[in-house]
Design a protein. Structure first.
Length: 195
């Protein structure tokens, strides 16, 4: 039985994720970091939504696509540099994912919808864009927040947590508060939410 356009796109996304030269150790196995990240994004989507549709699943899976190709260090330091890098990454990931979808048999409307979700256009209004944001925030809090917190000035970190929290849905808030965290990380989150 031939693969569906969804299955073909998912396989193409994961093939690109698997090209990431950076590796992470998962259960004693070395895995491409981006492939692992995409899997964590998809796992959170399944917890956030009872029945996410194919387009939402593809947007969540493609959100970090080929991010290693344009490192953050290629952009200026500071907030403006970070936001420009993040916008450019979303644009690239969206365009590449949409192209893979068209090659797999999706129409332009579906490809463009996923591209908008990956760019997080309509955040707070579009369920797909909100799903991408929620999953990205949950993966960050689950896997990167502890190390990140050690590198950032306390007051700046509190503002980052507050800004992140504002972009998340109530369901994502509930899941985030259930994450295992170090005592230090939990205290930071509690301070941010009390402020």
């Amino acid at each position: 039985m031939p693969l569906s356009p969804f299955e073909r796109t998912l396989a193409a996304l994961d093939a690109l994720h698997a090209e990431d030269p950076r590796r992470v150790e998962v259960a004693g196995e070395s895995v491409p970091r981006e492939l692992w990240h995409a899997g964590r994004m998809s796992a959170w989507l399944e917890r956030l939504h009872d029945r996410p549709d194919e387009l939402m699943r593809l947007a969540v899976r493609g959100q970090h696509l080929q991010r290693w190709q344009v490192p953050r260090s290629d952009y200026p330091e500071g907030r403006v540099g970070y936001l420009t890098w993040r916008r450019d990454q979303g644009q690239r990931a969206g365009e590449t994912t949409a192209g893979l979808m068209r090659e797999a048999g999706f129409d332009d409307a579906a490809a463009e919808a996923v591209q908008r979700m990956i760019r997080k256009q309509g955040l707070g209004r579009d369920p797909g864009a909100q799903a991408v944001e929620d999953c990205a925030c949950l993966v960050f809090l689950e896997n990167y927040f502890g190390d990140f917190a050690k590198q950032i000035d306390h007051d700046h970190l509190i503002r980052i947590v507050q800004m992140t929290w504002k972009k998340m849905s109530p369901k994502a808030h509930e899941l985030a508060l259930g994450l295992p965290m170090s005592d230090e990380a939990r205290a930071l989150v509690e301070e941010a939410l009390a402020g």
